[in-house]
Ligand binder design. Structure first.
Ligand code: FAD
Length: 479
């Protein structure tokens, strides 16, 4: 029987939008059958955490890239929109596929759906196999001595770091054999995956697996040498910017890990720099483990007592924060970076989150939802655990009394005000010293710099010192 007459196998793409180093694809090819390559966009799935806003833009670009790569092999990416639980059994019937492969996702809703699907298909005699492509070590492999999940990062990391055995060989398909007949496919353009504010994203990002590789190489060759020293400075940041590529699975953490170790060895980066970077990949794994074992993480405080926090949820304050109109230049610059690029530097994420929760007393869940909508790297595990980390309510969280001072943070991590000038050009004429606190300047001095506070740039919406005391009192009443 020729390959084409055989019953096909299906590879269902999810957060693994790559051909190289894709275990589900490799296993499917090992079956030596025709292959159907499938992506399903289920816009109602996982609500309220369905893919949204800036992430949709990334998804659209990434699928476009994947489509092109698959076309090169004369195969086709089949695009479908709707419920996975209905569509996959239908496609299996239509194509007489004999087996299905996917790479595992770890969000609670994905786990529930995938379990249901697997049971349903197995009853029909379809062989369903899942694989790990998204994590260095899946949550159930990294437990403490009592076989319980870790609640604190450092022991989690020590266990992971010491037990990780990545013997890694990069794999790329040589062929993608086609089925006799392809199922019908949607046209990607008709999905309209571009939110109205995403027009500029193209000048900051190039989604797709080839670009992920390029960006990683660039980081390892030019930036890792300064990583631990400079990773906290948002202007001209020397971090890897791998987060959206990792979230969408355009590159695997194992690939990043092994390339970092290999190439840095030849390029002479110090152990400290490499370890500092690898540790961040460790934080990513920790977040996934937390969400896996505590599925309520995105909605509820992990430490129960924080669920009774006396918030002071003012809509006008929330809107000012979202639009970058708080009157604190560092906060406003960061919120502009997010809006314009779909990404924000980690230090800035921590400072704006602290400002929302502790200065404005707005529930962390509202900030989490705003990030979910506006980040191209929005990731349920990393987003929820980091918001709870800042709030002080999460596992191994920042202590509640750690309240970032937005002025000191600005002076320390953007001493020349370059980050502020980049995202808030209205403040560009202020001196390096004045740019962090424009409200302290005289009207005349402001006028000389083209500023009228309350008109073209706001006064601070709260006084940080007053807000800090209020937050501390509220927290003290809880603990
Ligand atoms: P690098 O410094 O180069 O780090 C390499 C990789 O390690 C990152 O790509 C990321 O996958 C991982 N990583 C780095 N820092 C963290 C961290 N604190 N927690 C978990 N993983 C980390 N990251 C997301 O990917 N998606 C999110 O939705 C997200 N939401 C966040 C919300 C808040 C309030 C905060 C404070 C942080 C959030 N982060 C999130 C973590 C972090 O800010 C980003 O991963 C990082 O800024 C990405 O930049 P990079 O790739 O250059 O990081």
């Amino acid at each position: 029987m020729s390959l084409n007459e055989q019953r096909p196998t299906i590879v269902w793409f999810r957060q693994d939008l790559r051909l190289g180093d894709n275990p589900a694809l490799k296993a499917a090819l090992d079956e030596n059958r025709p292959i159907i390559l499938l992506y399903i966009y289920d816009e109602n799935f996982a609500s309220p955490w369905s893919i949204q806003g800036a992430s949709l833009w990334w998804l659209g670009q990434s699928l476009l890239f994947l489509e092109r790569k698959i076309k090169y092999f004369k195969n086709k990416l089949i695009l479908k929109r709707g419920s996975v639980l209905n569509l996959i059994p239908h496609i299996i019937r239509e194509t007489r596929a004999i087996s299905l492969h996917w790479n595992r996702c770890y969000e609670p809703s994905s786990i529930n759906r995938d379990t249901l699907l697997k049971e349903k298909l197995q009853k029909q005699g379809i062989e369903v196999t899942s694989h790990n492509a998204l994590l260095l070590s899946e949550p159930w492999h990294n437990l403490n001595q009592s076989k319980q999940p870790f609640k604190v990062f450092t022991p989690f990391w020590n266990r992971l770091r010491n037990n990780l055995n990545i013997s890694y060989t990069y794999w790329y398909p040589k062929h993608l054999p086609c089925p006799d007949k392809f199922p019908e496919s949607d046209n990607l353009k008709e999905w309209k995956l571009d939110p109205f504010w995403s027009k500029k994203f193209k000048s900051y990002w190039q989604p797709g697996e080839d670009h992920a590789e390029k960006q990683l190489d660039d980081f390892i060759q030019k930036k890792i040498f300064n990583y631990s020293k400079k990773r906290d400075y948002p202007y001209d940041a020397c971090t890897s910017r791998m987060s959206p590529y990792l979230h969408w699975g355009e590159i695997s953490p194992a690939r990043i890990w092994s390339k970092t170790i290999q190439q840095s060895f030849y390029k002479d980066a110090s152990t400290e720099q490499i370890e500092s970077f690898l540790r961040q990949l460790g934080w990513r794994e920790f977040c996934h483990s937390l969400l896996f074992y505590w599925p309520t993480f995105p909605a509820q405080a992990w430490q129960d007592k924080f669920n009774n926090f006396p918030w002071n949820d003012k809509e006008e304050h929330f809107n000012a924060w979202c639009c970058g109109r708080t009157g604190y230049p560092f906060i406003d610059a960061a919120m502009q970076e997010l809006w314009q690029t779909g990404w924000m530097h980690n230090r800035a994420r921590m400072v704006v989150a602290s400002f929302l929760i502790k200065d404005l007393l707005i529930p962390w869940q509202k900030g989490e939802a705003w990030f979910w909508d506006t980040l191209v790297d929005a990731d349920l595990a990393q987003n929820s655990s980091n918001w709870q980390w800042v709030a002080g309510s999460g596992a191994d969280a920042s202590p509640y009394f750690r309240i970032f001072n937005p002025i000191l943070q600005s002076k320390k991590f953007d001493p020349q005000g370059n980050y502020i000038r980049q995202w808030l050009p209205i403040l560009k004429n202020l001196s390096d010293n004045d740019i962090h606190t424009p409200w302290k300047l005289s009207k005349e001095k402001l006028k000389d710099c083209g500023l009228v506070l309350g008109k073209n740039y706001p006064y601070p919406i709260v006084d940080h010192e007053v807000a800090r005391k209020k937050a501390l009192n509220a927290y003290k009443a809880l603990v």
